[in-house]
Design a protein around this ligand. Structure first.
Ligand code: SF4
Length: 432
């Protein structure tokens, strides 16, 4: 065996650049997340920057909503063509407003007035705050906390963390929710308007985060504020002022000092740049998907429940399978960058894990999957929690070794691309 190189003791470790982390050596990961990686490294402009270069041919404030959707349908192929060209060549010049980014913002606010962000399709006017849908929200968005998340997959957390912003409330009711304090308490954290939200994203990116990770609870139910914040980051708010920063720091969980800002790490051609990551349960409408197609550089969908009744009994969510599979099929057809998460649940390997993995193998076998083994009883399934409900006794325990091994073996037999994304935490992947 060769000894250490001359002048080295053999005990040093060298931290390697983000784009050379071990996960990128897997061709399936590198191929599926190539665009995201280029934006994370500021080699390419984020999609929201490209959307700014597509002019809109109508007056946003005056046009009826149907005309706005027609305009989005007309401009989406233009956007897709320009995105493909920029993948190959580089940045295109910006245009004065109104542009496709403004159109997305206008549409999100129109939707808020008859809310159809998610598949509940409640049709309540959330701008009035007098009637509420399943998420129980009006027009305010609340952020519980935000920080450099070092627990996400290596391709997202990298070395400096995933810039994760946690919104309150949810549109599903998972009895075992691992973020129950956020998802079941819509009033925690602070109200964050679009400018505050944009400031949070700006801080995280300028501190070196590899992406902006929009998550909850559930993020979809805050679509209007997220789209508005991205539109601000795309042009109107070149950088936040001191008041913006002071306000946004109120719920930041990790320390901030001016020296935290990493020079030039979040810009492309002198303008703010960051990959936008949609970390969601994917219980969204086609309309929300159309808007997000323009804005998201990478997607991180959850795919939990099989096609039987488990989504109803464990999450009180009807039409789960059809909605999530439709949306997954859409982003695959669109050629988007994404990986899928599947949480293995005790006593639900045969009814949920196997059919979920079967569907992925049949429909999109090239997509990397994280088969997660960290389930623990929480919220209504934790016998130590005062909110525990005995009807959830079958999932009131951790996974057995057999359940985890059976899930991995099943994925192996199906030929799924799961090992790099699933097992990297055991190898750290950060060091050479
Ligand atoms: S976000 Fe979903 S749950 Fe909330 S009001 Fe809109 S359609 Fe209903």
């Amino acid at each position: 065996m060769a000894g250490p190189a001359p002048g080295r003791t053999g005990r040093e470790v060298a931290i390697i650049p983000f784009d050379q982390l071990s996960a990128w050596k897997d061709p399936a990961v590198a191929k599926r997340l190539g665009w995201y990686l280029d934006v994370a490294e500021n080699r390419k402009p984020a999609k929201f920057r490209i959307a700014r270069t597509i002019p809109v041919a109508l007056s946003l404030a005056d046009a009826p909503e149907d005309a706005l959707w027609d305009e989005l349908d007309r401009l989406t192929p233009v956007f897709v063509e320009r995105l493909a060209r920029i993948r190959e060549t580089g940045e295109a010049p910006g245009t004065p407003p109104p542009h496709l980014l403004d159109l997305c913002r206008e549409l999100a606010y129109r939707m808020l007035a008859h809310c159809n962000f998610c598949r509940w399709n409640c049709r309540v006017d959330r701008t009035r705050g007098t009637k509420f849908g399943t998420c129980k929200l009006g027009s305010d968005t609340r952020v519980s906390t935000y920080f450099h998340h070092l627990g996400e997959e290596l391709v997202y957390r990298g070395l400096r963390g995933s810039g994760t912003i946690f919104f309150t409330s949810c549109n599903m009711r998972c009895a075992f929710c691992q973020n129950g304090d956020i998802s079941t308490d819509k009033d925690n954290g602070m109200v964050a308007d679009a400018r505050t939200l944009a400031t949070m994203a700006w801080l995280l990116r300028m501190e070196g985060c590899h992406n902006i990770n929009w998550v909850g609870g559930e993020v979809t139910i805050h679509l209007h504020t997220v789209v508005d914040a991205i539109a601000l980051l795309g042009g109107e708010m070149a950088r936040p002022d001191n008041d913006d920063v002071q306000n946004a720091l109120r719920v930041k969980s990790d320390p901030f000092t001016l020296t935290s800002l990493v020079s030039g790490c979040g810009t492309y051609a002198g303008a703010f740049n960051a990959p936008m990551l949609w970390n969601s349960n994917f219980f969204m409408t086609a309309e929300a998907m159309k808007i997000l197609r323009i804005l998201m550089d990478v997607w991180l969908p959850d795919f939990k429940f099989g096609p039987g009744r488990c989504a109803i009994t464990l999450s009180r969510t009807p039409r789960y399978w059809e909605t999530v599979t439709e949306n997954l099929a859409l982003i695959h057809r669109w050629g988007e960058d994404f990986t899928i998460r599947h949480l293995v649940m005790p006593n639900h390997v045969e009814c949920c894990t196997y059919p979920v993995l079967d569907w992925i193998a049949e429909t999109m076998p090239d997509v990397p999957v994280n088969i997660m083994d960290q389930y623990h009883p929480d919220t209504y399934t934790d016998p130590c929690n005062p909110r525990y409900e005995a009807r959830y006794a079958d999932i009131a325990r951790r996974l057995t070794g057999d359940e985890v091994r059976d899930s991995y073996r099943y994925a192996e037999r199906l030929g799924l691309k799961y090992e790099t994304i699933t097992h990297e935490k055991n190898t750290l992947g950060l060091f050479v």
